[in-house]
Design a protein around this ligand. Structure first.
Ligand SMILES: N[C@@H](CCC(=O)N[C@@H](CS)C(=O)NCC(=O)O)C(=O)O
Length: 203
């Protein structure tokens, strides 16, 4: 059975996991990996030492959330969600940018002081650029997202809700996070879909 190596916070791991669940990939199992401490199980399948990584029955390992999502579309039992549509790819890319900026802010903090809670990095030029990406990206997502979810969760929906939840998880109560009523409505409307319900991030 295919095994997804992930952790409980990574937005990239959540995107991969949600895509696998929503596509109804059979017999999926999940293994928690520690991506910051050279976890041997993770390094054995992904020399980058990053989550997510999906290991297939024959040992083939697929890293990178979008490639795992693509594989999910190919092998899942659910009807395809139309992920090749340019509009879906465009919004998914925007949401990935928000996830990436948020993760890079945390990584920047870790590089500067070894401490995720130390915000000194955020005031640096790169830190400000990452912050701007999160603020503008969330606002644009709110304006562009299709707030009415379909039968399947497409990649735009999965990535946008994941970005919203990840920013909330990592920057709780931050006054710079824009209002995103349409995104929040989408999150509420899809909260009990297994792909989101079973992959909610926690610290
Ligand atoms: N582009 C990759 C990003 C994966 C990634 O950066 N994962 C982070 C967790 S959020 C990680 O494992 N970081 C450990 C490291 O950079 O060494 C994807 O889309 O899957």
């Amino acid at each position: 059975m295919p095994t997804l190596l992930k952790n409980n916070t990574s937005p990239f791991a959540r995107i991969a996991h949600a895509a696998l669940i929503d596509a109804a990939v059979p017999d999926l199992t999940v293994q928690i990996a520690d991506q910051w401490n050279d976890d041997p199980a993770l390094l054995a399948v992904n020399s980058a030492g990053r989550v997510p990584c999906l290991v297939l029955d024959d040992g083939t390992a697929i890293a990178e959330c979008l490639l795992i999502a693509r594989h999910a579309d190919n092998v899942g039992e659910a009807p395809p969600p139309g992920n090749d549509a340019p509009q879906i790819l465009s919004i998914a890319g925007l949401a990935l940018g928000v996830c990436d900026a948020a993760v890079q802010t945390l990584v920047g903090r870790k590089i500067v002081s070894g401490n995720f809670a130390d915000t000194a990095f955020d005031a640096s030029p790169i830190g400000r650029k990452r912050r701007r990406t999160m603020v503008d990206g969330l606002a644009e997502l709110d304006a562009r997202i299709d707030a009415a979810p379909g039968e399947r969760l497409d990649l735009a929906t999965i990535a946008a809700v994941t970005a919203l939840d990840y920013v909330a998880l990592r920057f709780p109560g931050a006054d710079w996070v824009p209002d995103t009523p349409r995104l929040e409505a989408l999150r509420a409307a899809t909260a009990e879909r297994p792909a989101f319900r079973d992959t909610r991030p926690f610290l």
